[in-house]
Design a protein around this ligand. Structure first.
Ligand SMILES: [Mg+2]
Length: 334
């Protein structure tokens, strides 16, 4: 048995602890009748910061250790792409933080939109480019650089500029800025998105648009301008690639805890969002638990994507109701 936790709306609200979240981790880390450690990983669509920084922050809030070896955020599986592409455009996130993330993943040559604006400001005619941004950018002659792939790591902070630059590159000849390909398909470089959520809850009363909305906008523009569909890869919950990656992380975390690398038979996904946590877990054959401390505000269960293991008041109720009590009982009977 093992658990996969969504973070926001389950264990924390932003930087604020959900008290039952701390209690659950105490229990799973050994404060239980058998004194055993029960494997668990964290699976979030969050992004924009290196894993180490995010885990340090979470450990502090939850008063429990959170290792990078049990932690998957939306762009974590994109680490594997560093093997295939040398020069990449990385889009999204605050300031130049996603460049740091990509460097940490092993990408060798990372371009961000600001590097291109610093080279040629006419690329983004409505953008006000500050001196501070210019100083931290790394301009060069992008008419001579083949960008091999576009990686959207996190939410765009400037849709107009980022969409313009992405469209320029998608329409270019093999990622050479300033060129326009004769054939929009054969010479097009690939594009990857770290997650597909349409909306994201914030302090604003109505949820704000997220990467999924940004992607749909790009797809519509691309189709209108070129007449062909944009092929793309999306990671994050509920995409299968992310759950497959989670299995690998779970298996190696089992080895860390119990010295045996295998995927646990019963995995419980605990999440607050039926459209990502629950639908993905259901499709992947996990037991899904929906909690009422976040996005879900409905009745007995979600109408479109019902949790197959049930709906719970909070994460503590989900973990203790059946699964943990069950393992304690079976262990006692041996
Ligand atoms: Mg959530």
């Amino acid at each position: 048995m093992a658990f996969a936790f969504d973070i926001d709306g389950v264990l924390v609200h932003g930087d604020r602890l959900i008290p039952e979240g701390r209690r659950v981790l105490d229990i799973l880390n050994g404060d239980n009748e058998l004194g055993i450690r029960i494997p668990h990983i964290f699976l979030t669509n969050g992004s924009g910061k290196p894993e180490v920084a995010r885990c340090e922050q979470l450990s502090k809030i939850l008063h429990n250790p959170v290792s990078t070896d049990q932690f998957i955020q939306s762009h974590t599986p994109m680490r594997a792409l560093a093997e295939y592409y040398n020069t990449v455009l990385v889009v999204g996130g605050e300031k130049y933080r996603c460049r740091d993330v990509a460097e940490e993943y092993g990408f060798k040559d990372i371009v961000v939109p600001n590097d291109i604006i610093a080279w040629d400001e006419t690329v983004a005619p409505y953008r006000v480019f500050t001196e501070e941004e210019r100083l931290e950018s790394r301009p060069r002659d992008f008419s001579k650089v083949h960008i091999e792939a576009i990686l959207v790591f996190s939410d765009s902070r400037d849709y107009a500029t980022d969409m313009q630059i992405i469209m320029d590159l998608l329409r270019s000849k093999n990622g050479l800025y300033g060129t326009v390909a004769e054939d929009p398909i054969s010479q097009r470089i690939p594009i990857y998105f770290s997650q597909g959520d349409m909306l994201c809850p914030t302090e604003h009363p109505i949820p704000r648009m997220s990467q999924g909305a940004f992607r749909i906008g790009l797809e519509a523009m691309y189709r209108a301008i070129t007449g062909v569909d944009l092929e793309r890869v999306v990671y994050g919950k509920p995409e299968m690639a992310t759950y497959k990656y989670a299995d690998e992380v779970m298996a190696s975390w089992m080895e860390t805890l119990h010295g045996e690398e295998r995927v646990p038979e019963n995995i419980y996904m605990i999440g607050d969002n039926p459209a990502s946590d629950i639908v993905g877990g259901n499709m992947y054959g996990w037991n899904t638990c929906l909690v009422r401390t976040g996005v879900f505000q409905g009745g007995d269960n979600d109408e479109h994507n019902p949790a197959n293991f049930g709906v719970f008041k909070n994460v503590l109720e989900a973990v203790t109701t059946a699964p943990v009590r069950g393992v304690v009982r079976s262990a006692e009977s041996k």
